[in-house]
Write a protein that binds this ligand. Structure first.
Ligand code: FAD
Length: 346
């Protein structure tokens, strides 16, 4: 199958003034961080393969030509958005001024954005609040991608501004007093017939989403974007390490991994009451956050016993940095580990 048939949706843009080595360095970093492949990586061209499609970057005399390709329009949009977000960090003006070749096809809200209504909030054990949302069309959420973003208006804002596409096809997010809070959550379950989505909020000190979930009234409207990211690993053996923020994702894995998959699940939590689906060959072990051993210490010590297992690790930033350094030092193939920062202390 050629690229055109495999990825019928594509969009291009020119990143004028951007030095090719800068984008190449960014892609190499992203590939290492997220375990992505770079089938081409030269002074003139870099190609990156992600779960959403392909991105290619060609050096121009005055900048870089970028092309994104996907098999679905929502995946194409995710690729475009992630590219713009990455560029925003080191060239914010360029990010706002770039023009996508398919800009004329999209108007209004970004295609992966929709409004959703809160229909229930229920405590789950002592540390979680389960939120149910109802939306217009959640058909695209019936995939392996297990995460999404909730889009919360500023506290007390009765007339929020939602994101819109400008005439160049770039999403404009409101700024200043109107800035929206956009944390990532895991889709605990989705009912595409009823268009209902459930997610679990870990209740923690100082969390804006915690405060929102504790006080929200039924019928409140918020935004959501997604789905995106994560996915269910294709493996026969796995060791999973998670703190509370990754319990919903762990539950998705336990539900989706075939019963033939073996391994263990180490969960770090003060209270051990988060409901997890049973899996006959994945043994759950609870790890106290007050133990002398941190979660990465446990994962590193375990590695000698399970060298062939896929390593799945999601937790706080310092923990994931330690795990990434360990995997690098041991030359563990990026395809054989998923290490994700779910939150950051700073
Ligand atoms: C792929 C992915 C999936 C995720 N899935 C879930 C999920 O299903 N459920 C869930 O609860 N979280 C999940 N998270 C984590 C969640 O996005 C973060 O905890 C986020 O910071 C929550 O936003 P907030 O509005 O509550 O806090 P913010 O307003 O962003 O942060 C406020 C303060 O809270 C602190 N903080 C943030 N998280 C924690 C924590 N866990 N413990 C202690 N302090 C914290 C921050 O350091 C900051 O000081 C996920 C993250 C990722 C990347």
């Amino acid at each position: 199958m050629n690229e055109q048939t495999k990825f019928p949706f594509r969009a291009e843009t020119r990143l004028i003034g951007l030095a090719f080595p800068a984008i190449r360095a960014l892609l190499v970093h992203e590939a290492q961080e997220h375990g992505l492949e770079l089938p081409e990586n030269s002074d003139a061209r870099v190609m990156m393969v992600s779960e959403y499609g392909h991105l290619t970057f060609d050096a121009l005399e005055n900048g870089v030509h970028a092309c994104v390709m996907a098999d679905q329009t929502d995946k194409l949009f995710i690729l475009k958005e992630s590219l713009v977000e990455s560029i925003e960090h080191f060239a914010p003006q360029l990010a706002e001024s770039l023009t996508w070749s398919d800009a004329a096809q999209h108007k209004g809200h970004p295609p992966n954005f929709q409004l959703a209504t809160v229909t229930a909030v229920t405590p789950i054990g002592k540390s979680f609040l389960r939120v149910t949302l109802s939306a217009q069309d959640l058909s695209s959420y019936a995939q392996n991608a297990i995460h999404f973003r909730i889009i919360l208006p500023p506290k007390g804002d009765q007339a929020p501004q939602w994101p819109r596409l400008n005439d160049k096809g770039v999403t404009i997010w409101p700024k200043g007093d109107k800035a929206l809070h956009r944390p990532v959550y895991t889709i605990r379950s989705v009912d595409t017939h009823r268009n209902e989505l459930v997610f679990d909020v870990f209740v923690h000190e100082g969390g804006r989403t915690t405060e929102w979930a504790q006080n929200v009234t039924i019928g409140t409207q918020i935004g959501i974007t997604g789905p995106g990211g994560g996915g269910i690993p294709d493996t026969q053996a796995i060791t999973i390490y998670a703190d509370e923020t990754a319990f919903p994702a762990t539950a998705r894995l336990l539900e989706a991994l075939p019963h033939s998959v073996g391994g263990r699940v180490v969960l770090q939590a003060g209270t051990q009451d988060y409901p997890l689906p049973d899996h006959p060959n994945l043994k759950v072990i609870w790890h106290s956050p007050h133990s002398d051993q941190t979660l990465p210490d446990v994962a590193i010590a375990d590695r000698t016993s399970f060298p062939e297992h896929m390593l799945w690790f999601a937790s706080e930033k310092e923990d994931t940095q330690k795990m990434r350094a360990f995997c690098k030092s041991q030359d563990i193939d990026v395809k054989n580990h998923y290490i994700a920062t779910y939150w950051s202390r700073t």
